[in-house]
Ligand binder design. Structure first.
Ligand SMILES: C[S@@+](CC[C@H](N)C(=O)[O-])C[C@H]1O[C@@H](n2cnc3c(N)ncnc32)[C@H](O)[C@@H]1O
Length: 437
């Protein structure tokens, strides 16, 4: 039986997307029926890296199913000041984990910390794991097995300088995994970062949107699902489905409604003003397969060099792109002397650090200058949003940004540059503003 008590939830998200996530959660809350006049969802504080909210199971399940920006939805179990690993063990050992899962479920524990005085987070993780296992052995005689790859249940501990908070994960796989991505392509954007950027860009269904370096199609798949009312989580399962108690009948109603909406979207002869192109035919094939699995009818997708693009329709709209950068994936196409350029792919060991240090070479600069010219000359009246780790990009494009918003693509610090395009030049502005999303 589901507990009638409201719960405290925390939805982590990529840093920089806290405000868009709070706005999205407020919209999700409006869909929930309120029980006897009491709000079924109460918005909580935005903190760096996520948003708190309070509500019943329906709120937690709806956030899992409908949030495009959250990385997970965590259910708060307990919070208390701590000084040592022993304090953390004691807090975890007191909790009634047996209410939520049994020793038959496999377990994974993760600990994250900001300014924790503890010397080893690994040791803290072991202590939480021991406490949960000891607790279950005490009540049932059996310990759960640990499975770090595909656990049934995940417990998170979050440590600040003074407090330890324990959470039970209700999502399972992170929420950016929608279940529609067949092939990752070379450097796909995480779906929740793409969705957050659409919101930061102020895009709404009906406004034309064009990604001229669409790769595997993340921006356009997210936009099309939003336009068609397809829930991001309709094709996947969630961690709460493995817990002993959640509101099964409300979940079934929610899931059936989401599946119906997806079926209706697939049957629509939608003529969405959502456009994608890429220089790579292989990437476009991946994008097509991803869109089909995301329940989106076929969109305008063309194989084009971004330097040669023209507006796909007369009405101005939004250009959105995360161009290739650094060593991870290089600009392709013909160089200034007509030579064909092949992408340089990073070795598997190269991480975000490697490409954040990479300097643009002369041919990259030529590409971005020509791309900037294409925007200035042919996209008057459009707004362009470009996500990159390369802060020199506006200079290379010879465009002045009107805002730049700090965002994190995993560990990589990026900027979302906004350019307001007018014929032949850019709107003259006193200077760029650093905006907080
Ligand atoms: C960082 S990836 C974009 C990833 C995409 N947002 C996704 O989620 O899959 C950059 C893309 O730019 C494309 N590209 C490289 N050079 C190009 C050019 N000259 N014109 C158009 N696209 C180009 C690559 O094929 C690649 O798909």
């Amino acid at each position: 039986m589901p507990s009638p008590m409201p719960f405290d939830f925390f939805a982590p998200c990529p840093r920089g997307l806290e405000a868009p996530l709070a706005a999205e959660l407020a919209e999700i809350a409006q869909r929930l029926p309120s029980a006897a006049g009491a709000p079924s969802f109460e918005a909580g504080a935005q903190v760096p890296g996520g948003v708190h909210f309070r509500g019943g199971w329906a709120a937690g399940m709806a956030a899992n199913l409908h949030s495009r920006i959250a990385s997970r939805v965590l259910l708060k179990i307990a919070e208390r000041p701590y000084r040592s690993e022993q304090d953390i063990y004691a807090l975890a050992a007191e909790q009634q984990w047996e209410r939520w899962f049994s020793a038959n479920e496999t377990l994974r524990v993760d600990v994250t910390a900001i300014k924790s005085p503890l010397r080893s987070l690994e040791f803290a993780t072991l202590r939480v794991k021991d406490a949960v296992c000891d607790r279950l052995r005490g009540v049932s005689g059996a310990r759960p097995s640990i499975d770090t790859a595909q656990p049934d249940v995940r417990v998170f501990a979050f440590l600040t300088a003074t407090n330890c908070t324990l959470y039970l994960d209700t999502s399972g796989e992170p929420l950016f995994k929608r279940g529609w991505r067949l092939d990752k392509g070379a450097a796909p954007l995480r779906e929740n970062l793409a969705a957050g950027i659409l919101r930061l860009a102020g895009w709404a269904p009906g406004t034309p949107i064009y990604d001229p370096m669409c790769g595997s199609g993340t921006f356009i798949a997210e936009a099309a699902q939003i336009a068609l009312g397809v829930a991001p989580g309709v094709e996947r399962r969630f961690g709460f489905e493995k817990l002993k108690q959640y509101d099964v009948s409300t979940w079934q109603t929610m899931k059936v409604a989401a599946l119906d909406a997806k079926r209706q979207a697939g049957a629509k002869k939608a003529d969405l003003p959502i456009f994608g192109s890429d220089i790579s035919g292989d990437m476009l094939e991946k994008a097509r397969a991803n869109l089909a699995r995301a329940g989106v009818p076929s969109l305008w997708l063309k194989q084009l060099d971004a330097r040669g693009i023209v507006p796909p329709l007369e009405q101005p709209g939004i250009i959105i792109a995360n161009p290739p950068y650094g060593e991870r994936i290089a600009v392709r196409g013909r160089g200034p002397r007509g030579e064909v350029r092949e992408p340089r792919h990073a070795s598997r060991e190269d991480g975000a650090e490697a490409f954040s240090r990479a300097q643009p070479d002369a041919a990259d600069s030529e590409f971005f200058r020509a791309f900037g010219d294409a925007l200035k000359q042919r996209f008057a009246g459009w707004r362009a949003f470009v996500l990159t780790a390369d802060r020199s990009l506006p200079g290379q494009m010879r465009l002045r940004e009107s805002t730049k918003t700090p965002l994190f693509n995993g560990a990589l610090e990026c900027r979302l540059f906004r350019f307001d395009l007018v014929a032949g030049s850019v709107k003259s502005r006193p200077g760029s503003q650093e905006s907080q999303a």
